[in-house]
Design a protein around this ligand. Structure first.
Ligand SMILES: Cc1ncc(C[n+]2csc(CCOP(=O)(O)OP(=O)(O)O)c2C)c(N)n1
Ligand SMILES: [Mg+2]
Length: 248
């Protein structure tokens, strides 16, 4: 660990008085004995209550009725069913919001989002990389239909090529099919008065589950929220990569 008095790059967003450079765990361990224990726990307790309220709010939002399926519920139903060693990846798009809010990461799991909520098309390549790095762990990729059509569909062919090499064959690609570039639609709604440019915003409806089946993978189609839990169960107990598809 090194201590430097001044390094402008480290103070880009918030002014730092002392910049420490080092392995995060090692550095924190070295700092811990220097902290004074505070007797007043009121701030910590307040945050604990707020966190509880947040999860209650997330549950209400996820279970809010929608036709055909509320996308928040897709991730909400996934979360408790994931094994402790699961790895979850998310694409850019509205699924990044549900990944960030509705997935409650457990100790031992790993979660990866394309940096800065930026690059579309990352989720399935990330998931494949995760399978090569950890072939014994189940992996889930959350992907919008726009990102799916951009490049992730082609990566199913890569999965088909390699899945039999993986000791745990589970790689679930969960597609949020809303026939829309929804994240952009929301941005335009909030910032620009909701202009729509159909030529680029309206997406073809693709039979993702059937495409997966045509490759010899499992295809699961869901358009009823009550079937989400059992769809995750099926995908997580399948003997090969699975493919969860939802409408709207
Ligand atoms: C390569 C790339 N192009 C464009 C964008 C801008 N962008 C961010 S989210 C998004 C729409 C994503 O649509 P989709 O994958 O269908 O997910 P949805 O938001 O509909 O759930 C776009 C175009 C980006 N982040 N990366
Ligand atoms: Mg979409």
């Amino acid at each position: 660990m090194q201590c430097r008095r001044y390094r402008p790059a480290c103070s880009t967003r918030y002014p730092c008085e002392v910049n420490l450079h080092g392995d995060a765990a090692e550095t924190l361990r070295a700092l811990l004995p220097l902290l004074d224990h505070k007797e007043d726990r009121s701030w910590q307790e307040e945050i604990a209550v707020q966190v509880q309220d947040w999860w209650k709010q997330m549950e209400e939002r996820a279970l809010a009725p929608a036709n055909p399926v509320n996308p928040q519920r897709v991730v909400w139903e996934m979360s408790p069913q994931l094994p402790d060693n699961a790895i979850v990846t998310s694409d850019s798009g509205s699924c990044a919001n549900w990944f960030a809010r509705d997935y409650r990461v457990k100790q031992g799991q790993r979660a990866t989002l394309s940096g800065g909520l930026a690059c579309m098309g990352a989720a399935v390549p990330y998931a494949i990389a995760a399978k090569f790095a950890h072939p014994e762990r189940p992996v889930v990729a959350l992907v919008g239909d726009g990102a799916m059509q951009m490049n992730n569909m082609a990566e199913l062919i890569t999965i088909q090529k390699y899945w039999q090499q993986w000791t745990d064959s589970r790689l679930i690609v969960c597609v949020f099919n809303n026939q829309d570039l929804n994240q952009v639609t929301w941005e335009q709604r909030v910032m620009e008065g909701n202009p729509r440019f159909k030529a680029t915003q309206q997406l073809p409806d693709v039979k993702y589950a059937e495409f997966a089946e045509s490759l010899g993978l499992v295809g699961i189609y869901v358009d009823n929220p009550e079937q989400l839990a059992s769809a995750w169960q099926r995908a997580l107990s399948a003997d090969r990569p699975g493919y969860c598809w939802r409408s709207n």
